[in-house]
Design a protein around this ligand. Structure first.
Ligand code: DGY
Length: 320
């Protein structure tokens, strides 16, 4: 019997490729860039399985092109790039990679939080420019973390991990979510509050919601106006949760103290003016970029795909 044919839309860590190659005929996008939609449509034809990335838009056109596909495994926990309801309607199983990048993403939220409030990137630039005149009592004064209030928007896996890592800083933790988070409440005496209350009282607002119609542009002009002028915004979730143009306006107007972003509304492009602001830290969607996380994602995506190819339910099936 011939091996199932699998297409991998971009090279992922070898551990995932090895798992797939043990049982399948594997072809990998040879370019070190995302495929164009046209290339994606051409390459998925006749495949039994597809391992895709968050940069691939997996929509009805792809399902049409990939007639007979037995499963699509996303190499990401977020899956707003896939039209899951449409896949479900067509009986195509899809999966994601939850759990393996939780700590890495929470750690990155902390890295960004510190970088922006202690002005690490701005200071680093001055040091490299050779313009540092020596120690000064008014140089690079930033926000305090110990004892401050941390607001977590979306208290799922990553939001919870981000909150728990605040333990050493004796912070007051607020969270907003549709459901109660007993872990945060028991371990940190965190308080569940509504979104507006969280914005009004937090010194740091860290975003951990998935991108859905309800969360698109959750952060815009109104949200920034509610936040403290001394507060910082951290986003490691999905770019379109923040209205980036309105964030630039808010930062320019001093409505909030700063923002640290790992994700952008129209990746890889950023809103006009964002990169020129000193009170902004910007990283290239690398929150999950640790050795164990990316390896774990590769392993999990491959495991999910192999299960689907055998007609079994993927461990991380997204179809209801
Ligand atoms: C995800 O998995 O959704 C991240 O954004 C990339 O690792």
């Amino acid at each position: 019997m011939s091996k199932p044919s699998v297409y991998v839309t971009r090279l992922i860590p070898q551990v995932g490729i090895d798992l797939l190659q043990a049982e399948c005929q594997v072809e990998i996008n040879p370019h070190d860039r995302p495929l164009t939609h046209q290339e994606l449509l051409e390459n998925v034809q006749g495949r039994d399985g597809i391992l895709c990335l968050l940069t691939d838009k997996i929509d009805a056109e792809v399902f049409d092109a990939a007639q007979g596909v037995k499963g699509i495994a996303n190499y990401a926990v977020g899956y707003d790039n896939i039209d899951v309801p449409e896949a479900t309607k067509r009986g195509i199983p899809v999966s994601n990679t939850p759990g393996v990048l939780t700590d890495a993403t929470a750690e990155m939220a902390w890295a960004l939080l510190f970088a922006v409030c202690r002005r690490v990137v701005e200071s680093d630039a001055v040091m490299r420019s050779g313009q540092w005149p020596g120690w000064g009592p008014l140089q690079f004064i930033g926000g305090d973390v110990t004892g401050a209030t941390l607001g977590i928007v979306g208290a799922g896996r990553i939001g919870t991990a981000m909150g728990l890592k605040s333990k050493g800083f004796q912070m007051k933790v607020l969270y907003s979510d549709a459901i109660r988070n007993e872990v945060l409440e028991q371990q940190l005496q965190a308080e569940k509050v509504d979104f507006d209350t969280l914005l009004e009282h937090s010194d740091y607002v860290s975003i951990h919601v998935p991108l859905m119609p309800e969360t698109r542009h959750l952060f815009g002009k109104n949200a920034f106006q509610r936040m403290k002028k001394t507060a910082y915004l951290i986003n490691t979730s999905r770019g379109p949760v923040v209205n980036e143009a309105e964030l630039v306006d808010a930062l320019q107007a001093g409505e909030i103290a700063g923002a640290a972003l790992d994700v952008y509304e129209k990746e890889p492009v950023m809103a006009e003016g964002l990169k020129d602001l000193k009170n902004v830290v910007i990283t290239p969607h690398t929150a999950s970029a640790t050795i164990s996380s990316r390896g774990g994602m590769a392993r999990l995506a491959a495991t999910n795909l192999l299960a689907m190819l055998k007609g079994a339910k993927a461990p991380n099936c997204l179809n209801p």
